[in-house]
Design a protein around this ligand. Structure first.
Ligand SMILES: [Zn+2]
Length: 454
């Protein structure tokens, strides 16, 4: 029996490696299919394949790709050999594809570090066979209802799937994350202190954690940064946000100041936005727990650049055109709306999010519109909002309910015509907010705006 399993493993390894090679020769993406084939041939493939000596995994609703990529970049800058599933699938097939690509023909690992972004629902499937030394959990929010139901449901998957023998690096400012897997042998928490200029109470409609996870009484927010991110306590049973092992005490003038186990250290600030600060402290905490030295990390972070391929800025006719992908989910869209609302000058917004409800990559329904903070687009600095696409009437209704005056709202079926409907005089920036799957339309609109401004 054992010999049969062993033979199956090698057949799986060689067939999947050959498939991967063939796909790459054909210029195709080999980040999912090889692993899928390997697991079909040998269901215990991931368990049997030898892994890099040090493994760190990243999961959570938002920020996991950026965080995992920064970890990989930092390790590479420190001259480590890294296997990662960047640019690939974050399910077990994707992790298997990455590992087998970098394995020898005998199934041994050729790299010393493994960095894997893992989908929340797949955590058990991946981290069962792939023993991570450190697992970072960025945050938990309501996401796509179709795939992710509710953050409590996802927390259940994580609680069951996270390993007991890894160090868990948890967001201490997210009560849904900080309570995960209490049986783990080591849990450390990261947190960001209130920073200068942060509003005391954010305008978000949705707070995914309102009640005490222990006694169900209403939680009190001592500080709320956005949505349910902040510091809480329960007035009934005393349950509270954990004290931070990695506490950002300041993030200004290009420096991030961190208090770790009573010792202060400074790191280059990769990006000053608050979500970026969370990503950076998650990276630092994860790599410190993996055994890297603070000074080496600071050296690497000075050279890490976060390229945001979801954001593109075009200058034309003295104005800015900002093309920005905004996932059609409540929190991701609300974060983008907050950035647009806070952006400088007079603005106009074109949006055609989530407009493919009859396409193959159809999303789900429109409930997310009522969980996202469209109220932020009513800000007086936004002179006009033009909505396009098959759901333009749903968006128009939502913006009407948010209180956007009718004279500032334009609604049209064909998103490509939105560029011609923008009133350009007296505007400094035009934001084009598109979904992850309709970027080509955004570029057509960007080009048309550029022509009009030229
Ligand atoms: Zn309580």
């Amino acid at each position: 029996m054992r010999v049969v399993a062993e033979v199956l493993f090698f057949i799986a390894l060689w067939v999947s490696k050959a498939v991967g090679l063939l796909l790459r020769l054909l210029g195709k993406n080999a980040t999912q299919l090889p692993g899928r084939i390997a697991i079909i041939i040998c269901p215990t493939f991931l368990t049997r394949l030898r892994k890099p000596a040090h493994i760190i995994a990243v999961t959570g609703t938002n920020g996991k790709t950026t965080t995992a990529n920064m970890i990989t970049d930092a390790l590479v800058l420190l001259r480590h050999q890294v296997t990662s599933n960047a640019f690939g699938s974050n399910l077990n097939h994707g992790v298997a594809s990455a590992l087998l690509r970098d394995a020898t023909l005998f199934g041994a690992a050729r790299r010393d570090y493994g960095v894997f972004e893992v989908d929340e629902i797949s955590v058990g499937k991946v981290l069962g066979p792939v023993h991570a030394d450190v697992v970072v959990v960025t945050n938990l929010f309501r996401d796509s209802i179709y795939r992710n139901a509710h953050p409590g449901y996802i927390a259940g998957f994580l609680d069951a799937g996270l390993p007991d023998d890894a160090t868990l690096v948890l967001n201490g400012d997210d009560i849904l994350v900080s309570g995960l897997r209490p049986s783990a042998s080591k849990r450390v928490f990261f947190s960001v202190s209130p920073l200068p200029g942060e509003p005391p109470s954010p305008p978000n409609l949705v707070i995914d954690a309102r009640t005490c996870p222990r006694c169900d009484a209403e939680l009190v927010f001592d500080f709320r940064r956005y949505h349910h991110i902040g510091r809480v306590h329960c007035p009934v049973c005393g349950y509270h946000s954990p004290s931070a092992d990695y506490l950002v005490t300041d993030a200004s003038a290009g420096q991030l100041t961190l208090e770790t186990y009573g010792i202060q250290s400074r790191y280059p600030l990769v990006d000053a936005g608050v979500t970026s600060i969370y990503n950076e402290v998650a990276v630092i905490a994860g790599l410190r727990e993996l055994g890297l030295k603070s000074e080496d990390l600071a050296r690497a972070l000075a050279r890490v650049h976060v390229t945001d391929n979801r954001l593109e800025v075009i200058q034309a006719g003295g104005k800015r055109i900002v093309l920005q992908a905004a996932k059609g989910t409540p929190v991701a869209a609300s974060r983008v709306f907050a950035d647009v609302s806070a952006g400088p000058g007079r603005k106009a917004v074109i949006t055609f999010l989530d407009d493919a409800h009859d396409a193959a990559d159809s999303t789900e329904n429109i409930t997310w519109l009522y969980d996202a903070d469209f109220e932020l687009l009513v800000d007086p600095s936004i002179a006009q909002v033009v909505v396009g696409g098959k759901r333009h009437l749903d968006f128009a209704l939502r913006l009407d309910l948010a209180g956007l005056p009718a004279e500032r709202l334009v609604s049209v079926l064909d998103p490509k015509t939105t560029a011609d409907l923008i009133e350009l005089s007296d505007i400094d920036t035009i934001y084009v907010l598109y979904d992850l799957f309709n970027g080509s339309t955004a570029h057509v609109i960007g080009q048309r705006l550029k022509e009009r401004l030229a």
